[in-house]
Design a protein. Structure first.
Length: 313
């Protein structure tokens, strides 16, 4: 009996570690879910929790700078046609150049109003609006914040002389900051056009022309002008020539003998043609001419009469 009791004790000692292991495992299985749940609660409330940050970027108004007209050089016009004049500058928009809505460009004589297309006038105000600045080749999108202006205006030959400037005004969702160039001089242009022929018709030897024979003078510059006339003898196709002193002129209808004798020396007419103000309304004056045909000439006689523009006195 004693030996059996000892064996039972030995077996108990051998199974005890196994029993303890099972007990620990059971405790672990029961406690683990509780620990996991508590850890999740801790993590959720800890400083390492995730959040989403957001901000709405406010609009920054565009700013124009560096504007120039005709490269800062004086402007010289050409009679009876237009002259191309470049307006340049830079517009910066920190929200990106694609944010631009419009860029207004005014080229004007200093001291005149030129704020929009309604003010446009060929004499003193030229206006253009780039209504699609995002399509400008200089605006490449992405992080590009600059727009380069380079636009040419066709300035009429009768545009007012004086100091001219360009103002560049950008806008996005609001008005931007404009820039105005330094002034450049638009030069005076004294010029004229005249009828190609003065036709006296048929006049007998020893006789004078009658009726009105005219030459129309047109101001093709941008200032008020006077003009001078001079001439040469009329060479005849068959015999002789008619001296220039046999031609006379006036600013009104007259009979031969009452006009001013044509000379080889340019002589003031004192016509005072005003400066042109409209493409559709030319500024003109009419000169009247008569001739006396001496004896001893025949054929068709012709010679040059020169009209020279000068500043009005």
């Amino acid at each position: 009996m004693e030996e059996q009791a000892d064996n039972a004790i030995e077996k108990s000692k051998e199974s005890l570690p196994i029993l303890i292991s099972f007990l620990i495992l059971a405790i672990f299985v029961l406690v683990l879910p509780i620990l996991v749940n508590e850890y999740a609660k801790f993590y959720k409330n800890s400083s390492a929790a995730l959040s989403t940050a957001s901000v709405v970027v406010g609009n920054v108004s565009p700013v124009a700078s560096g504007s120039a007209l005709n490269g800062g050089n004086a402007i010289t016009l050409t009679e009876n046609t237009t002259t191309s004049i470049a307006a340049t500058g830079t517009v910066t928009d920190d929200n990106g150049c694609l944010d631009l809505v419009s860029v207004g460009v005014a080229v004007y004589k200093d001291g005149t109003t030129c704020e929009d297309a309604g003010d446009a006038d060929n004499n003193n105000c030229y206006y253009w609006t780039d209504s699609a600045p995002d399509e400008n080749a200089s605006c490449t999108g992405g992080s590009d914040t600059t727009y380069a202006l380079n636009y040419s205006f066709n300035i009429q030959y009768y545009a007012d002389p004086g100091t001219w400037k360009v103002t560049v005004t950008p806008a996005d969702s609001g008005a931007g900051t404009p820039t105005t160039s330094s002034g450049v001089t638009l030069n005076d242009l004294q010029a004229l056009a005249v009828s190609e022929t003065i036709t006296y018709g048929s006049v007998s030897n020893g006789a004078s022309s009658t009726g009105d024979h005219t030459a129309t003078v047109t101001n093709t510059g941008n200032t008020a002008i006077d003009f001078k006339v001079s001439g040469a003898d009329l060479a005849c196709s068959v015999v002789g020539s008619i001296p220039k002193s046999s031609e006379q002129y006036s600013l009104a209808s007259f009979s031969y003998g009452d006009g001013t004798v044509l000379s080889a020396t340019p002589t003031d007419v004192n016509a005072d043609l005003a400066a042109r103000t409209s493409e559709s309304v030319p500024v003109t004056d009419t000169t009247y001419w008569q001739v006396n045909v001496p004896n001893g000439v025949s054929g068709t006689c012709s010679g040059a009469v020169t009209f020279t523009a000068e500043a009005a006195l």
